[in-house]
Design a protein around this ligand. Structure first.
Ligand code: ADP
Ligand code: MG
Length: 354
């Protein structure tokens, strides 16, 4: 079943000339985890705030569990929507201990307000155990690490047992290591309780790693909404290809023998079928094959920078007329080495963007 449906939702702030979110439509299935991915300022937070009820859209409508919550003459306030929220900065009350932070919403907001105190304590305790903080009930936020504070924020969002949890860049204030395991844990906690989730991120790896589907946003619109694999293998636009994979783009022209590029002819069979006769050929960093050559060979690129990534290196290559290219390979070169670059086929086909 569908837990959330947005239909052509548009929200424009008063001082702005363009809408912060523009004609956004999407459906979220029960238990699904969706990532909202996009550069800063593209409207991710505004979209979450609109779903939560903190912003009121000018156009379109939203349904939660098949009930309209805004548009079409209704506006349900945030506390009456069956939605839990986790903010980027945790937004914990500094003067309340863990269990009081977690039970705050149960005592003061929404449909749980009239629960007996004993039951509120039980719900809060359950949420605290769920996020692995049993034993920390009487700690104050300043006595917790960043990762633990974010767990408290998650427990607070989960305590009323919402069917939908919204998380706005929940891991961005955390150390890399904490971020890597907490994102996996948040996914399994949400899956465990069967809640649907939408989490905002500007980190493409994070989105691809833990979401069931990814919505890539650009300037207020959703440019592609698909599985992580599809986003990676079949990006819908050059913008997405650039943002998600930091690929190289080479001018390419179709000819009888294949696609002509500065790196030579690329076999037509290696490229996804297209009607275009010219465009930009997308080459992922791992799709470039580097071969050491003498400095005076034809079409030579110079390795001007390298990063060691463990199982491979990431090289920046320079060519006087072509500019810079990025390549990843386990083969070791030194900066200053000269190489020739050829294109490797991939199982899902190279793409040309017009
Ligand atoms: P993101 O979360 O993707 O970085 P936001 O949703 O915060 O993007 O912002 C989208 C656009 O709306 C930006 O241009 C931003 O400046 C603008 N914006 C966000 N909040 C407000 C506000 N309260 N008033 C006016 N403009 C806003
Ligand atoms: Mg934001």
């Amino acid at each position: 079943p569908t837990v959330l449906e947005l239909h052509n939702v548009t929200k424009q702030y008063q001082q702005q000339t363009v809408p912060a979110i523009n004609q956004v439509s999407l459906q979220l299935r029960q238990g699904e985890l969706l990532a909202l991915l996009g550069p800063s300022g593209c409207g991710k937070t505004t979209l979450l705030r609109t779903i939560a009820g903190f912003e009121n859209p000018e156009k379109g409508w939203i349904e939660l569990a098949k009930q309209p919550v805004c548009g079409q003459g209704t506006t349900l306030p945030p506390e009456r929507r069956d939605v839990g929220i986790v903010f980027q900065d945790y937004a914990l009350f500094p003067h309340l201990c863990v269990i009081d932070n977690v039970s705050f919403g149960l005592k003061h907001l929404g449909r749980h307000r009239r629960l007996p105190n004993a039951q509120i304590q039980t719900l809060a305790q359950e949420a605290i155990s769920l996020v692995g903080l049993a034993g920390f009930e009487r700690r104050y936020p300043h006595e917790l690490s960043g990762g633990q504070q974010q767990r408290v924020a998650l427990a607070r969002a989960l305590a009323p047992r919402p069917s939908l949890v919204l998380l706005d860049e929940p891991f961005s204030n955390l150390d890399v290591q904490v971020r890597l395991y907490l994102r996996q844990e948040v996914r399994s906690i949400l899956k465990g309780v069967g809640a649907s989730g939408i989490f905002v991120t500007h980190d493409q790896q994070e989105a691809l790693a833990i979401a069931d589907r990814v919505a890539v946003m650009r300037a207020g619109r959703i440019e592609q909404l698909a599985s992580p694999e599809e986003i990676y293998e079949q990006p819908a636009s050059q913008f997405i290809a650039d943002f998600v994979t930091q690929a190289n783009f080479l001018k390419a022209q179709r000819s009888a023998g294949g696609w002509k590029t500065a790196l030579g002819l690329v076999d037509t069979a290696m490229v996804n079928p297209t009607d275009a006769t010219q465009g930009m050929l997308m080459l992922r960093q791992e799709e470039l094959y580097l071969k050491a050559v003498e400095t005076d060979a034809e079409m030579v690129l110079v390795i001007c920078d390298r990063e060691f990534l463990g199982r491979e290196y990431k090289y920046t290559l320079n060519h006087p007329s072509l500019g810079k290219l990025k390549a990843r390979t386990p083969i070791r070169f030194a900066t200053g080495d000269t190489v020739q670059v050829s294109v490797k086929p991939n199982p899902y086909g190279l793409r040309v963007f017009v």
